[in-house]
Design a protein around this ligand. Structure first.
Ligand code: AMP
Length: 472
């Protein structure tokens, strides 16, 4: 394992830290063996994965029996329901396809960077959708540029697609070109790639990013999370093995395990926050993980209070676990307006602060005159929790004891979590007491790092954002 400072000196360029696009996205792919249209299923899959990215989305499809290279696609800024009207979906013809929902946090929130990325090259056409962050993309980009490649965006996805295209000129099949590319990639990634006859899924050798396989009669599905399989009526078959490359053609499915390694490091933040509550990831039910985190928190950081409340929606499940373990009743303290986007996504601090008020209002009859335990899954900058404590106290709460169902977030993530630098992490330069005072809480407690076992059992984890141990 390397630490933050080791990484800083070796793989990661300063430009990666400050300016690169940190993404937490969702990918989806489907291969229908009959002449069923892929686009409507991809649309439903993207709706199910919408929590992983709300800025832009896209679908690319192809007819495996049609002329080679005929990939049609549509992508734009906005939610899947805003971007894909029925006339657009009907115009996307083909039995295989891939889709993407994107979340970016720096300035590069433009339609140009929406995915899937469709690339025409010497040997044909391919479409690619990517979740994750490639830590050596700048050096790969430079090498490709030295060899004549011209880039149209600053995305990792374009670097990966160009690399595949270059390798394809000297390999027998696209799967081999993808394998040669994946050998070079460092970081966390889940990819779905479509060539005119094939759907290919790849997961990084540590398993930092999730990808699973489903089946519906003669059709195969690849998705970031199992909730998207349910959305299209597919049954869960298995998680893609970290490092595995699966190729789906009309003849069935083939697995390439050349890059599979023994060392695994699944991102703990999927279980803490990213994944949808009804997903199952690498054998762990997300709901169970969060419920057990709440129970563990009640045992390690008890509080004397009248009710347990949760931050909607991120803290609610852990709050029910905390309530069960502590015997303090669970109550709803907030009404959430579900028609306003996530507050974290707003680019400036001022916008983030006002968005908290737009999204939530306090149920004052529940909290007035009460001592509260307020649960959330994490504190990053401290904006959300500070705003909520203020609102609870204004509504008459006597005390607010904050309990966080993960340890202090101390180190940046280079694998696709949206936290580009240390300065933005409230816990990296302040003690617990200082944070408590700054957010206006009466007390503050965090889950212990050892208690991750209660969430995910023996699953090997990347928890570098908490312990500074980066998998390499
Ligand atoms: P902050 O307001 O900056 O302290 O962010 C903490 C809130 O954002 C919590 O409610 C978390 O559930 C949520 N959160 C934590 N990490 C992320 C992330 N990488 N992307 C989006 N939201 C997040």
């Amino acid at each position: 394992m390397l630490t933050h400072s080791d990484l800083h000196q070796t793989d990661i360029h300063q430009t990666d830290l400050d300016h690169s696009i940190h993404e937490e996205c969702g990918v989806f792919g489907i291969f229908h063996s009959g002449d069923c249209e892929a686009a409507p299923d991809i649309y439903y899959g993207l709706c199910a994965l919408q929590h992983r990215g709300q800025e832009s989305c896209g679908i690319a499809v192809c007819d495996t029996e049609g002329p080679r290279g005929n990939i049609s696609y549509h992508k734009d800024m906005g939610l899947a329901g805003e971007v894909f009207h029925s006339d657009i979906l009907t115009s996307l013809k083909g039995n295989i396809g891939i889709g993407h929902v994107r979340y970016s946090t720096t300035g590069a929130s433009t339609a140009k960077n929406a995915q899937p990325l469709v690339l025409n090259y010497l040997k044909g056409t391919l479409a690619l959708a990517h979740n994750g962050n490639i830590t050596n993309s700048e050096s790969l980009r430079q090498t490709l540029q030295e060899n004549g490649a011209i880039f149209h965006s600053s995305t990792d996805s374009e670097v990966i697609a160009c690399h595949i295209a270059r390798e394809r000129t000297r390999t027998a099949c696209v799967e081999d070109a993808i394998c040669k590319t994946a050998e070079k990639l460092k970081g966390g990634y889940a990819l779905v790639v479509m060539s005119p006859r094939k759907l290919i899924g790849v997961r990084d050798p540590f398993g930092l990013k999730p990808l699973c396989l489903g089946r519906r009669e003669g059709s195969y599905v690849l998705a970031s999370e199992s909730c998207a399989l349910v959305a299209v009526g597919a049954e869960f078959v298995r998680d893609i093995v970290p490092g595995e490359i699966v190729t789906i053609t009309k003849d069935g499915i083939h697995s390439d395990t050349r890059l599979v390694q023994t060392k695994r490091a699944h991102c703990i933040f999927e279980y803490i926050y990213f994944a949808r509550l009804d997903s199952v990831m690498d054998g762990i039910r997300i709901y169970d993980a969060r419920f057990h985190a709440g129970k563990a928190l009640a045992a390690s950081c008890p509080a004397d209070a009248d009710i347990v409340v949760g931050v909607p929606d991120s803290g609610l499940t852990a709050a029910t676990g905390f309530a069960e373990a502590s015997g303090i009743p669970f109550a709803l303290a907030f009404y959430k307006n579900s028609y306003v986007g996530r507050t974290f996504i707003k680019p400036t601090q001022k916008e983030r602060e006002s968005a908290v008020h737009m999204k939530l209002s306090v149920l004052s009859s529940v909290v007035r005159g009460k001592r509260l335990v307020l649960i959330d899954d994490s504190i990053v900058r401290g904006t959300t929790i500070a705003g909520l404590i203020r609102m609870l106290k204004e509504a008459g709460a006597l005390e607010v004891h904050v309990r966080i169902s993960s340890p202090p977030f101390l180190y940046p993530c280079y694998y696709g979590t949206d936290v580009p630098s240390n300065e933005q992490l409230i816990a990296s330069s302040r003690t617990s007491e200082e944070i408590c005072a700054q957010i206006g809480a009466d007390s503050l407690g965090y889950m212990k790092i050892e208690d991750f076992r209660r969430m995910t059992g023996e699953l090997p984890l990347c928890k570098a954002c908490f312990d500074n141990q980066y998998p390499v």
